[in-house]
Design a protein around this ligand. Structure first.
Ligand SMILES: Cc1cc2nc3c(=O)[nH]c(=O)nc-3n(C[C@H](O)[C@H](O)[C@H](O)COP(=O)(O)O)c2cc1C
Length: 433
């Protein structure tokens, strides 16, 4: 039986930052971190492999939560330095013809009018190939870069995000599709009856409108988010076209998908209108044994250097994990940062050492030749029910090629992913199946 095809995206953590540093396959990547060359190579490879989209992560702070110091992050180039990824977007859409490009923006710090205009501009420039990943921004240090002493409380940030998206959607539809008529005889470029104010007055935002650029393709770009807490899922269910989950097991994926589909239906939407995608970090090799050895080397390296994972987790939760004994049982803790992530993290063991070794940021326990991994992914998707995966790997030109020229052709041979784009637009390809 042929399984239904699924979708593929790529999540570029550390976005327009340092990649391939200290990696024997990194080549010149790290030295060229301020330039867009690797990103352009990446999107060309993703388009060759018919991916749906590239998601560009972002954050606007220098972490100092691990060891109460910036040292670890600066020394290891962990989440810093990092350029603003938004100026990359037009370069990436110019280098491709079908691939969706999804920058990340913060609903806590961007004014909605500026964001609606920025994304509409990028969408119009690329003829409907830009999306938007909405994050509430979880770090205290980020909040302190935008005028706050303390961050807004987690659930309140999601309430604000909800109103933020309501406002930008109103702005994007403040022009009718056919408002721009360019009628020389009537000396009318825009039909004024087709543009109106939005007069939004809410708890968090007051925006008159209308937008001063035209309506984006399809009335809105592809909307994406990845919050795993109940509030994050509610937010996704109300507005999003794509929700991404970082889960380690097939059972978790199944439960998450069923929950999301129920939530989307409860909002009066068709559950198929919100694609549920899962983070995936496969390990590939020329033989299954080689891939397994590589996968096991990765696990050993993780156990030998728990500080790498702990520093990342510290920056996501604002909890200083350097303060705790690695081998003492860990007490329960809460965060105003990434709540869903912390909950999954703490569930991985009794001590920090166990947790750091066991934690998976996505589906990581899959290795083999491209053909073996393709077969496993087909089985996983058949079991979960859909809708696809988002690759999350440390970037080198080698890892890009392993996926786009190794794994994807193996998936295509099994008709598990598309081999050709049917449409020009991002949304049309995303909702084709
Ligand atoms: C695939 C993926 C991509 C994400 N990208 C970003 C990002 O670029 N910037 C950011 O601040 N948070 C990012 N996040 C974090 C989420 O937006 C969210 O804050 C996190 O999953 C915790 O949400 P929760 O508090 O609802 O559990 C990402 C999460 C995932 C799983």
């Amino acid at each position: 039986m042929t399984a239904a095809p699924f979708h593929m995206g790529w999540f570029l953590g550390n976005s327009f930052g340092v990649h391939g540093w200290n990696d024997p396959w990194g080549g010149s990547l790290a030295a060229e971190w301020t330039r867009p060359d690797m990103h352009i190579d990446l999107v060309r490879a993703l388009e060759r492999a018919c991916f749906d989209f590239l998601l560009l992560e972002d954050s606007a702070f220098v972490p100092d939560s691990y060891g109460s110091s910036m040292d670890f992050y600066l020394r290891r180039a962990a989440r810093v330095p990092k350029n603003d990824p938004l100026p990359l977007v037009p370069l990436l859409t110019q280098a491709t013809r079908h691939l969706g490009i999804v920058p990340t923006i913060s609903t806590s710090f961007y004014p909605p009018y500026l964001l609606a205009r920025l994304i509409a501009t990028l969408d119009l420039m690329s003829e409907g190939r830009v999306g938007c990943n909405f994050v509430t921004s979880t770090a205290l240090r980020a909040a302190q870069n935008f005028g706050l002493d303390e961050h807004l409380e987690h659930d309140r940030r999601y309430e604000m995000a909800d109103e933020f998206v309501e406002v930008v959607r109103k702005l994007w539809t403040s022009w009718d599709d056919d408002a721009v008529i360019m009628d020389i005889e009537r000396q009318t470029f825009v039909d004024p009856t087709k543009v109106r104010t939005i007069d939004h007055k809410g708890r968090f935002f007051s925006v008159r409108g209308p937008l001063n650029t035209a309506r984006p393709h399809d009335g809105r770009p592809v909307l994406v988010q990845a919050g795993g807490s109940p509030q994050g899922r509610h937010f996704a269910a109300r507005h999003m076209d794509v929700v991404i989950a970082a889960l380690g097991t097939v059972d978790e994926m199944k439960t998450y998908r069923a929950d999301m589909r129920e939530r989307v239906a409860a909002q009066g939407r068709n559950p198929d209108d919100c694609k549920v995608l899962f983070l995936l970090t496969p390990t590939l090799g020329d033989t299954d044994a080689e891939a397994q050895a590589r996968y096991e080397r990765g696990l050993r390296a993780k156990s030998a250097s728990p500080e790498n994972g702990l520093a990342l987790m510290a920056s996501l939760t604002d909890i200083d994990f350097a303060k705790f004994d690695l081998d003492e049982p860990l007490e329960t803790m809460t965060t105003n940062g990434q709540q869903g992530t912390l909950k999954r993290f703490l569930a991985q063991g009794r001590t920090l050492r166990e947790i750091a070794a066991n934690f998976r940021f996505g589906f990581e326990d899959v290795f083999g030749t491209p053909d073996r991994v393709a077969a496993i992914l087909g089985e996983v998707m058949a079991e979960v029910g859909g809708d696809g995966f988002v690759i999350n790997l440390p970037i080198t030109r080698r890892t890009i090629a392993e996926i786009t020229d190794g794994l994807i052709p193996a998936l295509q041979k099994r008709q598990l992913v598309r081999s050709l784009y049917s449409h020009a637009g991002f949304r049309q390809n995303l909702f084709e199946f």
